[in-house]
Each structure stands twice: as C-alpha cells, then as structure tokens.
Design a protein around this ligand. Structure first.
Ligand code: PLP
Ligand code: SF4
Length: 346
C-alpha cells in the first residue's frame, strides 16, 4: 500500500497505471490481511471468488477502514457466501443486453445512442455488476481493430452518440482508444462521444495527460460518466485525476448504484453528492440494482429507495439529486422509479 501511494506523487505515466492495474489484489487472503480482518471470512470469500474473481486496486484498498468488515468500499469488492443464494428474479442477463446487439459488441437499445463494449476488462470487480456473467470473449467491439464496430456505427445514421463502455473502456491503452476515438470522429452522424468508466475513481493514475489528449481528439462534445457509490471513494488522487479530465472540456457526470450496506442511507447519499460537487462532477443517475444472479444481498426495496431520494431532495440543492432509475428490458430509456407499479416482466 505504501508503494502504491508513492506512485501517486510521481507524474502519472503510462507505466504507473499499467503497473497499478497489474498489481491489483486478487487473493482474498491478502485483502483480508491488508485490512486486518478475521481469517474466518476467508473460506467463503475464496468460494465466491470462483463465481467472479476478486480484483481490487491497492490504492482503492487504501481508502478502506481497517478492521471493519462492513466498510462500504470493501462491501463492493469482497466475495461473500451470499452470492450463492438463488433468489427468484435474479438472473444472468437481467438487462437484456444480448437481445439488443447491432453487431457483436455494439448495443443499440435506445434511440440515437449506441453503446460499444470495448473490452471485458475492469480495474475492479464490483460484486453487484450485471456484467459478471457477460460472455465478453464473443461480444467485443475490439476485434479487427474496431473495423467491424465502426462499420456498424457508420451504417446506422440514427446513431448520434456513441458510448464507450465495457467492462471499462479505460482498461485499453491510449493507442487503442485513440484509434477508436479518431475513427468515430470521422463518422459525420456521430455528434457526441461518451465514456463510461470507473477507472478515474478506482485507479486515478489512469487519467494521464496522454489519455486526456486522446479524448480531446474527438471533434464534438464529450461526456465522461464516472462511477462512484460512496463519498470515501473520492480522495485527493481521484480529485486530481478529475481535474485533468475537466481540463479536456468534457462534461463530467456520475452514476451510482443504490446498494444495501454501501450507500442506502441519507447521510451516505448526501455526502456522495457533496463530494462529487466539490470535484465539479454532477450526480446523473442513481441506479436500482439490476437483478443479477449473485447480487440479491445488495438489493434495496423500491419504497426505501424512493424515500431516500425524496429526503435527499428536501435537504440538498437540486443539482445534487440524481435521477433514480431502473433498467427494464425492452424499454426505450432508463425508467424513472416513481412508486407506481411497473410491469417488469420481459
Ligand atoms: C444506459 C444505456 C445508455 C445510455 O442511456 P442514457 O439515458 O442516455 O444515459 C445507452 N445504451 C445502453 C445500451 C445503455 O444501457
Ligand atoms: S463494468 Fe463497472 S460495475 Fe461492472 S465490474 Fe466493471 S467497473 Fe465494476
């Protein structure tokens, strides 16, 4: 952990982030030891890591509270026995991604926008992620140096915005990303670019000047949507990286997932709004958990979610209140959660 911190004080270079990525903690025993947690958590962590491997950057572990098994950052990454529970309604592809492919790795679910699965790799493995069961090797736009994906986008004049997603698009090197961004910039009907990434939060070293230069190559407006769920995820290194992103002129937004035991209380949501605003990032979406197999223990009931957002709305300025949404397969947009009964049978 000490070496990870030293690396932050050097100018952020390509080797640093790739090294930090490679040095992520993958062994449940090491994670528990670093955090001085009881060894009796180990057997179940090991078993659940076989469902979806543990992966967490050291710099992110450094933001966790030692000795606290309920730490809200730890909860997002620690494999638990609860992941083996089979809960009705929680399934492998909860958001119907496999039904909305224009081309392998190119999803078009919503009018005007296409989402590219640029890579399956992430810097961190979030236990609640709906992509934990996604067949990345087949559904990846990176094949053939983007050629096929760019052709699919170029052939559909309804696509005005392309969203780079994954996995995490910033797991790719600057060269690969640069090629893609330039290729998209040459398609005249693609007016806007969006990047959905958790890297600036979990591996802020990734936000190098070189990356920012690649982002600046896109001729139109760029939006970067970060993913932070808790105020403690946003430390000074994260703020510096966000500052570099801001200098590109990109609009900076955040999406969070409402997670039991992580941010399902009014203090946590208010603190997250404050921390994002302090970094000049606007809260965009607060997602209801996608009902993915193995994540039911993170679920927050809709009535409680509505109550939390309503309380936030009464306490905080309007720009700090995210839109509470749920993804319902077959809908034309993320669906606002309003408390009215929705029929979410696919
Ligand atoms: C969430 C999502 C988008 C973006 O939706 P916005 O409401 O524009 O943020 C686009 N495509 C897919 C497949 C998505 O899941
Ligand atoms: S896609 Fe996003 S939420 Fe899912 S594991 Fe990767 S970083 Fe976490």
């Amino acid at each position: 952990m000490i070496t990870a911190h030293k690396a932050f004080t050097q100018p952020a270079g390509a080797r640093n982030w790739q090294q930090a990525l490679a040095e992520a903690v993958r062994d449940p025993r090491e994670l528990l030891e670093m955090l001085e947690l009881p060894a009796n958590l180990l057997p179940s962590a090991r078993r659940a890591a076989q469902l979806f491997p543990l992966r967490v950057p050291r710099g992110y572990v450094a933001r966790m509270q030692r000795g606290d098994p309920a730490d809200p950052l730890l909860r997002q990454v620690l494999p638990l026995e609860a992941e083996f529970e089979e809960v009705p309604g929680f399934r492998a592809d909860p958001v119907g991604d496999l039904d909305s492919q224009l081309d392998p790795g190119v999803l078009k679910k919503y009018p005007g926008r296409a989402l590219l699965i640029t890579t399956g790799a992430c810097a961190v493995h979030c236990r609640y992620c709906f992509r934990r069961h996604f067949p990345y090797s087949e559904q990846n736009a990176a094949r053939g140096r983007w050629h096929q994906a760019l052709t699919a986008v170029a052939n559909d004049r309804d696509i005005h915005e392309v969203i780079l997603s994954g996995g995490d698009p910033l797991s790719l090197g600057d060269d690969r990303l640069g090629e893609l961004i330039q290729g998209l910039g040459q398609i005249s009907h693609v007016k806007r670019l969006r990047i959905h990434s958790r890297h600036p939060v979990v591996l802020p070293e990734r936000v190098t000047r070189a990356l920012c230069r690649e982002i600046e190559r896109f001729p139109g407006p760029v939006t970067v949507v970060l993913h932070a769920n808790h105020a403690r995820e946003i430390d000074s290194h994260v703020r510096s990286g966000i500052g570099r992103l801001r200098e590109t002129g990109a609009l900076l937004l955040n999406q969070a997932v409402l997670l039991r035991g992580v941010n399902d209380n009014i203090e946590a949501l208010e603190a997250l709004g404050e921390a994002l605003t302090a970094a000049a990032v606007s809260p965009y979406y607060l997602h209801m958990l996608d009902p993915v197999a193995g994540a039911a223990h993170f679920d927050v009931p809709e009535s409680r979610a509505l109550d939390l957002v309503d309380r936030l709305r009464r306490r905080a300025p309007g720009y700090m209140v995210p839109r509470l949404v749920r993804e319902i397969p077959g809908e034309d947009a993320k669906t606002p959660v309003t408390g009215e009964v929705v029929d979410n049978t696919p």
